[in-house]
Write a protein that binds this ligand. Sequence first.
Ligand code: SF4
Length: 277
Amino acid sequence: METKTKNLKLDLINWYKKNRRQFPWRETNDPWKILIIETLAQQTQLERANQYYEKFLTRFPTPRSMSNSSLKVILRMWSGLGYNNRAKRLYEASKILEEKGFDQIYPNFDVLPGVGPYTKNAILSFAYGKKVLAVDTNIERVIQRYFGLDDTKGFFIENSKYLLSRVDSRDLNQAFMDFGSSICKNLKPLCTICPIEKNCKKYFSKNKKPYEKFKGSNREVRGKIIKLLIEKGSINSQKIIEEIDADSMIIQKALHGLKKDKLIKFKKNNIIEINSN
Ligand code: SF4
């Protein structure tokens, strides 16, 4: 396993040198910029997240500039990305960072709302150059297929040291990201042109999670409700049901979820608005 792991790393780094995608945050070690792009890119393609990144950085170059803004403004800028909870958590994180700063909470970035193991390690690697793997779905998928594994947890515990030895973790993490999204793709992997095809087990697990159908889904309805509230300000719940083309039960469920996540608040007479707190 050790030799095969090291060979995979070298092959991926070689591939990356010739095929890397150019993004502005790849040239920075500013943790605030890394946090913004990693939050935007969750469940979103990097190319699309990049369009929002420029907009967000121009408006919010520092945590303070975001913490002085309001959730409503941030949600308006977030419009079209979905998963609005991410915007709220980023806003909450900016308030903590305004008080303490990244260097004060280093290396425990997971104290910030919305920062899990992946984002924590992405900040450690991209901003601080630490030798850690930022394990996202791309790296998991490549490892799973290449080594023929259903569960990659044990693999990373035993083999991270071989992957990370004598390499810049930034390059390796980005190599996995780019390779997983352009060659070893989720739905249609390009095995015929894959540079590591010879040694790959091409294992396609049957235990895949079913994807939520977007049209008419809770996620879509949540996005529509937030968009409506941004446009109209306050609005009655009955009006929301009339305006949104979806099953009323799904709308009720979405409203309940948004309230629970503190993205919206209910006022008197069933008037609903964005929660600016
Ligand atoms: S051969 Fe296919 S499954 Fe294996 S790493 Fe390459 S693209 Fe992925």
